[in-house]
Design a protein around this ligand. Structure first.
Ligand code: ATP
Ligand code: SKM
Ligand code: MG
Length: 305
């Protein structure tokens, strides 16, 4: 059996890695987490490297700043991707829904129509990190197949009369993610299928991401970290240049922590080394079988041109 000290050190290492992963999923740099939580950047660095024996009150502040339940920061044996979705759904369920869910899970009674009904097809959703090409390729795909193109972040801004950065500054991650879910629910209430470009961090919100996966044929636009950085810079966002190495390291952390979530998409398009036109052609070809599969049910064009 391991010595108690080894076990403690192992736990602190796991804890640090967990905090780093959850921070990455939220897309927050150490600097931003330090500012929002009021805990020094140096201390967060120590915690993430397994060196800081963090107090429960500091961990609580980090959980608040990340808008992530405290238990999600603790190392656990839980591996099911469905668990956070089920947990979050249970938290907001009515007593009647809970009673019904308990019956179903215990094998008593039979699921009603709602539980049996297959999710409706709402179109193609694109996920991926900043600079993946969700907006650029999404618009090209929509034009090519004759569907509307929807940018979820623009919907959120329109519905709330504020920019994404203003929303995050005023209401924090939690507020932004709540508005994101409302915008998605409103979009799903519309009839026609769309090409949807999501925000890079949507995968960090279990219920919202589950809704995306159920309602859309979801495609992860993948690229190398250096390409994400070069493309963002190419668009004129020079903020990452302030501290080149640290910015690149943050980007790798975010990509690494989100990869298992992005990988839950039904399709993956690796855009690495491709021109925009070549990537768009591949994307159109990729959705062609999906369109013909859904064509009968939704009166869509049989094939992408
Ligand atoms: N193979 C490629 N696929 C997609 N975009 C590419 C490719 N090569 C270069 N680019 C460029 O990379 C940029 C992609 O930016 P875009 O805004 O579409 O990404 P995004 O995923 O919507 O990012 P964000 O999350 O910031 O909204 C564009 O400027 C595009 O011209
Ligand atoms: O990748 C991210 O974490 C984010 C990307 C943006 O589109 C916004 O969704 C928000 O600023 C978070
Ligand atoms: Mg975009």
């Amino acid at each position: 059996m391991a010595e108690p000290d080894d076990t403690d050190a192992g736990f602190l290492l796991d804890l640090g890695q967990h905090v780093r992963t959850m921070r990455g999923r939220r897309g927050m740099s150490r600097k931003v987490l330090a500012k929002v939580s009021g805990i020094s950047e140096r201390y967060i660095a120590q915690l993430e490297s397994g060196k800081g024996n963090v107090s429960i009150m500091l961990l609580r502040r980090i959980s608040g700043a990340l808008a992530t339940p405290l238990e999600d920061l603790l190392p656990s044996q839980e591996t099911s991707a469905d668990w956070p979705v089920i947990r979050d759904l249970v938290r907001r369920a009515t007593p009647v829904q809970i009673a019904y869910a308990k019956d179903v899970l215990a094998g008593l009674g039979s699921p009603g129509d709602g539980a049996r009904r297959e999710a409706t097809f709402h179109g193609i959703a694109l996920i991926g990190l900043r600079g993946a090409g969700k907006s650029t390729l999404g618009k090209m795909l929509a034009d090519s197949i004759g569907w509307s193109f929807v940018e979820l972040n623009r919907e959120i801004e329109r519905q709330n009369g504020l920019s994404v950065s203003e929303i995050i500054a005023l209401y924090g991650q939690e507020g932004f993610r709540r508005m994101e879910q409302t915008a998605l629910t409103r979009l799903l209430a519309r009839g026609a299928p769309v090409v949807l470009a999501t925000g890079g961090g949507i995968v960090s919100e279990p219920i919202t991401f589950d809704q995306i996966l159920k309602s859309f044929y979801t495609i992860w636009l993948k690229a190398e970290p250096e390409e994400h950085m070069a493309r963002v810079r190419g668009q004129g966002d020079l903020r990452p240049m302030a501290d080149d190495r640290a910015a690149m390291q943050e980007l790798r952390t975010i990509l690494q922590s989100r990869e298992p979530l992005y990988a839950r998409a039904a399709g993956v398009l690796d855009t690495a080394g491709l021109s925009v036109d070549a990537a768009a052609r591949r994307l159109v070809a990729m959705v062609a079988p999906v369109l013909s599969r859904e064509a009968g049910a939704f009166g869509l064009r049989e094939e992408a041109p």
